[in-house]
Design a protein around this ligand. Structure first.
Ligand code: SF4
Length: 282
């Protein structure tokens, strides 16, 4: 059985950077240290951070003193300002620079009188942060159908951005339709390069192999997207969180296995899967 591991499997630049910022500064951070939501959408990584004494909070009222970590997904500028007012609280902002760049894009477009349209998942931390930077009236949709259902005004000027981990192919179609539907629209392709490369790569690998394993957490948007793309290309695609999810029966009569992982999946989890496959092979 041959194993093909994707070149872009595992941590992206933004996640690696956020973790490094926390690890390098942890000793000197004012205690207690809390993170506003999961630093990385992966249970294995969160467990390691919790073991180091970092607690997750989902409401900023739970962070009055010590240090609050803003995750790589970023947060709304309004929330950040509120946190900065707290005298006993330090902030460690690990927002990915690519997401911070989207905040700048949308506030720039809004200042030029445009209403912002965001293609993304309205419940995702990243999208909520972008919405905060985009201001009142911002509209969020998660599909072409959603775009078609938006109540758009004829003489209004719009700006369109996407959540960084959205499906590149679907956004292409959405951009085309938006340009036809809206007279004055400025479209910014804000899907992260890492996401695009991974999605292109998974299509290839899924086609090259008899079976595909996608490693990551179900709470990770980009891993879920990789799984969906892979499943479309190769129905023998399985979503696993760790090597423990592997089932022997999947591999009967299979000779080539493709492996990829989301941007929030740590290297050690990927390596465990490769080791488990090597064992299975023997
Ligand atoms: S996927 Fe891209 S934008 Fe998102 S955290 Fe990673 S590097 Fe940053």
């Amino acid at each position: 059985m041959k194993v093909e591991l994707a070149k872009y499997a595992g941590f992206c630049f933004g996640v690696r950077r956020a973790l490094k910022m926390v690890e390098n500064n942890l000793d000197s951070l004012k205690k207690p240290v809390k993170m506003y939501g999961a630093l990385v959408h992966n249970e294995e990584v969160v467990r390691v951070l919790q073991d180091k004494g970092i607690e997750i909070v989902n409401n900023i009222d739970q962070a009055q003193k010590g240090t609050l970590i803003i995750t790589a997904h970023g947060t709304s500028p309004y929330i950040k300002k509120e946190l900065e007012k707290r005298e006993n609280l330090d902030i460690l902002d690990t927002t990915c620079p690519r997401i911070a760049h989207i905040h700048n894009i949308v506030s720039g477009l809004r200042n030029k009188g445009r209403t912002i349209l965001i293609y993304g998942d309205r419940h995702h931390q990243e999208v909520r942060g972008i919405q905060g930077a985009a201001g009142k009236g911002t509209k969020i949709f998660s599909s072409l159908d959603g775009l078609n259902k938006l109540n758009l005004l004829k003489n209004e000027k719009y700006g369109l951005v996407a959540q960084t981990t959205q499906n590149q192919e679907k956004f292409k179609k959405i951009k085309e339709v938006a340009r036809k539907k809206i007279k004055d629209i400025k479209v910014c392709d804000t899907i992260c390069n890492t996401t695009s490369w991974r999605q292109q790569e998974v299509r290839k690998i899924a086609n090259n192999n008899d079976i595909m394993l996608v490693i990551g957490s179900h709470s990770s948007a980009n891993t879920t997207r990789l799984y969906q793309i892979s499943k479309k290309e190769n129905p023998e695609t399985y979503f696993i969180q760790t090597y423990k999810g592997i089932k022997k029966s999947w591999f009967f009569g299979k000779y080539k296995v493709g492996v990829t992982a989301g941007a929030s999946t740590p290297d050690w989890v990927i390596q465990d899967v490769i080791d488990a496959l090597t064992k299975l092979n023997k």
